[in-house]
Design a protein around this ligand. Structure first.
Ligand code: BT5
Length: 250
């Protein structure tokens, strides 16, 4: 079971940074860092993650070793881990609340078009993976930067209930333990569970991460967790999570 040892801190720059240091020092798989606040919470591609008091800001150290985890298949297979992590957190939220959670590729948890959770997975030079999870539990969304506030949600706002971050953390770790194991077995149930929550499929998308945007209609993900986009000319682009590059498959 992931979640030991667990360190809960008042304030850090980023829990992913502390988890990286723990991993570099030889910390074991399942180690978790939680903080009440982050001063430099980060998202993908250098984006900032607002992390005031009231959120569940946590990072889990993983040390995948099996071939099923994708060591032979290349970096894009890590994409499937990000899908598994999103499914895990979505199930945890649903276990503790009556909120129904969708997933926006690759791993944003959304209610309608508002983001309630973001996940950042980073690899370390020692071969560990850090799974950073940011869940707006009782964050005061109105006080987030205005561009963020308009597209964010908190569980408190959605449920009208006060939720205990420790209870949510326990649920997240329980579901992450299960989905991490499935991912290590290269189980395709990860893709099925993700697809069942996919809020993008069939909608028009424009995805650009520094390079030219890929535009078209989202058509789910492939076995590596890459997003498939059908362009107007009928060709299909394959967009890899967190990667500004994409390949055309036909
Ligand atoms: C993510 O990036 O969604 C990954 C966020 C991961 C945060 C966790 S918290 C614990 C761990 N430690 C860290 O330093 N990070 C991880 P991305 O898909 O790039 O989305 C970033 C975008 O989400 C920003 O550009 C904003 O538009 C939006 N955003 C920022 N803060 C938000 C918040 N609290 N709630 C909802 N949306 C937010």
């Amino acid at each position: 079971m992931l979640g030991r040892p667990l360190v809960w801190l008042a304030e850090v720059a980023s829990t992913n940074d502390v988890a990286r240091l723990i991993a570099a020092a030889g910390g074991r798989e399942g180690a978790v860092v939680v903080a009440d606040r982050q001063t430099h919470g980060r998202g993908r591609l250098g984006r900032a993650w607002s992390s005031p008091f009231g959120g569940l800001w946590c990072s889990v150290v993983l040390r995948p070793t099996t071939a099923g985890a994708g060591a032979a298949a290349g970096a894009s297979t890590w994409g499937r881990l990000s899908l598994a992590a999103a499914v895990a957190v979505a199930e945890a939220v649903e276990a503790e609340t009556d909120v129904r959670v969708g997933i926006r590729w690759p791993n944003d948890l959304v209610v309608g078009d508002r983001k309630v959770c973001g996940i950042l997975i980073e690899a370390t030079s020692s071969g560990a993976l850090i799974v950073g999870i940011g869940l707006n539990v009782s964050v005061d969304v109105e006080r987030l930067p205005s561009a963020v506030a308009a597209r964010a949600a908190s569980l408190h706002r959605l449920t009208g209930r006060s939720l205990d971050r420790r209870v949510l953390l326990a649920a997240v770790l329980e579901r992450l333990t299960i989905w991490y194991a499935r991912w290590r077995e290269a189980s395709l149930t990860v893709l099925d569970a993700w697809a069942a929550r996919d809020v993008m499929v069939g909608t028009r998308v424009s995805i650009g991460a520094g390079g030219p945007a890929v535009e078209g209609v989202a058509a789910g993900v492939d076995r590596d967790g890459a997003l498939l986009v059908v362009r107007a000319d009928g060709t299909v682009a394959r967009v890899i999570a967190g990667d500004p590059h994409f390949t055309t498959v036909g």
